[in-house]
Design a protein around this ligand. Structure first.
Ligand code: URA
Length: 302
């Protein structure tokens, strides 16, 4: 008996659900399979059962893997590979904005972490230009972000804004998001934040992945070890990897310190290290770097 497209699709979905239930999170899919999937069913002779049209959406396009240049220094640095290919999209500007706002709506109503959903004031989805080449990823909203519904608006956020501006970007021309969209609850505490749990990060990651797939940034800056852990799904010692581009679904990720670490340490050397990471980002983006920018944090003047 001939197998129809929708029967194959049902079988594929069932198989993927079984894998998911077994804890499989990523699959390696060849570019040719992706292309075949994006083309939908091949024309076939009339079937006894009507074949459902594939969902109307923009065709997927193959993204040639962007080779990640080695770090500027001779030291190659540690590398963390993420094999899952991102699904490239060639959505029009309007369709992309609509998809992002639909994603936002879904996130705003999310109840996947019931305790966080109950304690949050706002879901902090993300902010900025969805066409930006540059995406900053933090760990989770703090109290200020929770009350305003925007990432990085507290003290660390103000420092991040200064860093972005010193790089030559107005804040609203980059995109800023967190691994976790809700503030981690702190029962019994009146102040302070807590680190998101691995489970919370795993649960929330699909929102960030969808944001990344829509934005398709040229570079992601991961702010701190927890952001790296959320993205890569394992503990990443930030002091070892910072300053070395990593590959995340074909996108170069620059791991660097979280701005709140800079606020805590105030050490000039740490500020300079973060700034060197940002200079590498500017170089990779092909942005001009002024003498003043190059020399930033070399003296105690800043
Ligand atoms: N720290 C983060 O990681 N994210 C924010 O949005 C604010 C502080």
């Amino acid at each position: 008996m001939p197998v129809t497209y929708s029967e194959s699709l049902d079988a594929a979905i069932q198989y993927l659900q079984q894998l998911k239930a077994r804890g499989v999170k990523y699959l390696t899919v060849s570019p040719s399979t992706l292309a075949a999937l994006s083309n939908g069913p091949r024309p076939s002779p009339p079937a006894a059962r009507p074949v459902k049209a594939p969902r109307a959406e923009a065709p997927l396009r193959e993204s040639p893997a962007k080779p990640v240049a080695p770090p500027a220094s001779a030291d190659e640095g540690p590398s963390i590979a993420v094999l899952a290919p991102r699904v490239p999209s060639s959505l029009s500007g309007e369709a992309k904005a609509a998809a992002m706002s639909e994603l936002r709506e879904r996130a705003l109503g999310c109840q996947k972490c019931p305790r966080l959903a109950a304690s949050r004031q706002n879901v902090v989805f993300g902010v900025g230009d969805i066409n930006s080449p540059l995406l900053f990823v933090g760990e989770a909203p703090g109290a200020d972000e929770d009350s305003q519904g925007e990432p990085f608006v507290g003290q660390a956020g103000q420092l991040l804004t200064r860093i972005i501006q010193t790089m030559g970007f107005p804040r609203d021309t980059v995109y800023i998001a967190n691994v976790l969209k809700c503030r981690p609850d702190t029962p019994g505490q009146t102040a302070g934040n807590r680190k998101p749990t691995p489970e919370e990060m795993r649960t929330c990651l699909p929102y960030l992945l969808a944001q990344i797939d829509l934005i398709q940034p040229k570079i992601i800056v991961a702010l701190g070890g927890t952001a790296m852990e959320g993205l890569f799904g394992r503990v990443v010692p930030i002091t070892k990897v910072r300053g070395h581009f990593q590959d995340f679904r074909d996108i170069p990720v620059m791991p660097t310190y979280h701005p709140s670490y800079l606020l805590r340490t105030q050490a000039l050397g740490v500020k300079r290290q973060l700034w060197e990471d940002m200079l590498q980002v500017l170089e990779k983006l092909g942005r001009p770097i002024s003498e003043r920018q190059r020399n930033y944090f070399l003296s105690s003047a800043q």
